[in-house]
Design a protein around this ligand. Structure first.
Ligand SMILES: C[S@@+](CC[C@H](N)C(=O)[O-])C[C@H]1O[C@@H](n2cnc3c(N)ncnc32)[C@H](O)[C@@H]1O
Length: 255
């Protein structure tokens, strides 16, 4: 639409053009992915110190084959250790290809919800296709320092085989805390190994979580040299100010 000043108005022409282009893209190959953040941005990444240790690259959307994981009883051990119950909202941070998501969906049931969050667009696109028929699952696009989850919405958050890949762990933990309901549990599953071999030594994990104001409430060894560490997040107003957080040094990660 051309207005009196001779410029193109957004009222008529532009939205119609966008709708046409979106339809065209969809007909050609479908949308790349539709997952959006669920909350406004929290504190920015540059407010936080970097971790004083190596961070592993993101290399795959899964830890190992789902059949092997089932044979090892991984999901059951983690769901039990986390006390996941019907009706709860569970956030899977770094959901990848959705090994946990498709098992959590029936576990929390129709009265519960699974927020399947990730930062890698291709992985999110494939995950959305996988969970298309699961009414209680929502895919969420987060940022490496901020899961972008709604305030006070999450009963349990799991971070499985991904902690060693978080480029800004202090930012992620700070911005995750307000999404947790009071009494919510944050469970971290990782290999007891250095980040370059896709793990996090438990002592280093404890140090970083403590620096971010989290309190350890449980620790469960898992098969294959992995562990589940469970923490309580600080209340939003009890979080350490970003500038006061001191990164942890860990000799083992420097070998
Ligand atoms: C090795 S895969 C594990 C996927 C899944 N949790 C599992 O156990 O099969 C690591 C996942 O974490 C995601 N990831 C890495 N850094 C992240 C971050 N800061 N926030 C959210 N997801 C992240 C990657 O995109 C990838 O999908």
């Amino acid at each position: 639409m051309v207005n009196a000043a001779g410029t193109v108005s957004a009222v008529g022409g532009l939205p119609a053009m966008i709708r046409f282009l979106a339809l065209f893209a969809f007909v050609l190959g479908g949308p790349a992915f539709a997952a959006e953040p669920m909350a406004p941005p929290g504190a920015p990444a540059d407010a936080f110190p970097r971790p004083d240790r190596p961070v592993a690259e993101i290399v795959a959307p899964r830890w190992s084959s789902e059949a092997e994981r089932d044979r090892a009883g991984e999901f059951e051990a983690v769901a039990k250790g986390m006390g996941i119950a019907p009706g709860e909202t569970v956030a899977d941070i770094g959901a990848g290809s959705g090994y946990y998501v498709v098992r959590l969906s029936p576990r929390v049931g129709p009265g519960g919800r699974v927020l399947a969050e990730d930062v890698t667009p291709d992985y999110l696109a494939a995950l959305e296709k996988r969970v298309a028929g699961l009414a209680n699952v929502t895919a969420v696009r987060g940022e490496p320092h901020d899961p972008r989850l709604p305030a006070a919405s999450v009963d349990a958050a799991i971070l499985v085989h991904m902690y060693h890949e978080i480029t800004q762990p202090f930012g992620l933990l700070y911005n995750l805390a307000p999404a947790m309901r009071p009494g919510g549990r944050v469970g971290i599953v990782d290999a007891d190994d250095v980040p370059s071999r896709h793990g996090t030594p438990p002592a280093l994990l404890r140090c970083e979580l403590t620096a971010a104001g989290y309190r350890e409430t449980g620790f469960h060894p898992l098969k294959g040299g992995a562990y589940l560490a469970v923490f309580a997040a600080p209340a939003p107003d009890a979080r350490p100010a970003p500038a006061t957080i001191r990164p942890c040094r860990d000799a083992t990660t420097r070998r």
